[in-house]
Design a protein around this ligand. Structure first.
Ligand SMILES: C[S@@+](CC[C@H](N)C(=O)[O-])C[C@H]1O[C@@H](n2cnc3c(N)ncnc32)[C@H](O)[C@@H]1O
Length: 170
């Protein structure tokens, strides 16, 4: 199967299942969350971030204020894997992962999140590169999930130095 290439991560969001239940893992200020919400038009969008830095309370409150009028948005201040483990199987249509980027953490997130996505649903994520402090922390666990038959990568973006990927859940 050929893997498509798109210029920017926003091009991937058009391929997320419309009107689905989606989640962004790693929200920070909510900038990308706005694009996910506008383009994928989820019926419910979980914005999940632990906001653990010392200024985390402030950032979390800013994100809550930013999305206060968005009825479909639920802000979840929780560690990603804990949150994923709390969901029933196949609860989500799609996920966009953009959190610590560290190898063990990202592998654990993928393994916790994938069973919570419907078969045929999508998992996407940022920074499928070998760059920055995380080195191969994203690319290795994503490739491992492909090797383990959990996902098929269907598209990548060419917005270097921080490309994204889009994968279908098996
Ligand atoms: C790169 S920023 C997210 C940027 C955002 N996706 C955007 O493009 O606008 C990474 C975020 O992931 C969060 N994060 C890192 N590890 C996490 C974890 N294990 N659980 C929840 N959030 C986490 C951090 O608090 C931080 O806000």
């Amino acid at each position: 199967m050929r893997i498509k290439a798109y210029p920017h991560r926003k091009d991937l969001y058009r391929h997320l299942p419309k009107s689905g239940v989606g989640a962004e893992i790693g929200v920070q200020f909510g900038i990308n969350a706005e694009f996910l919400h506008t383009i994928a038009e989820p019926q419910h969008l979980y914005l999940v971030d632990a906001w653990q830095q010392e200024w985390g309370d402030h950032v979390c409150n800013c994100v809550k204020a930013r999305f206060t009028d968005y009825e479909s948005v639920e802000i979840v201040r929780q560690v990603s894997v804990e949150w994923a483990n709390s969901l029933p199987a196949h609860h989500l249509d799609w996920v966009y992962l953009d959190s610590s980027h560290m190898y063990e953490a990202t592998r654990n997130e993928l393994l916790a999140l994938i069973p919570k996505i419907k078969p045929g649903g999508m998992i996407a994520g940022h920074d499928l590169n070998i760059w920055g402090y995380w080195k191969s922390g994203v690319i290795r666990p994503v490739l491992e999930c492909v090797q383990e038959g959990l996902i098929d990568v269907i598209a990548v973006t060419e917005d270097a130095p921080c490309p994204s990927f889009l994968a279908k859940v098996s």
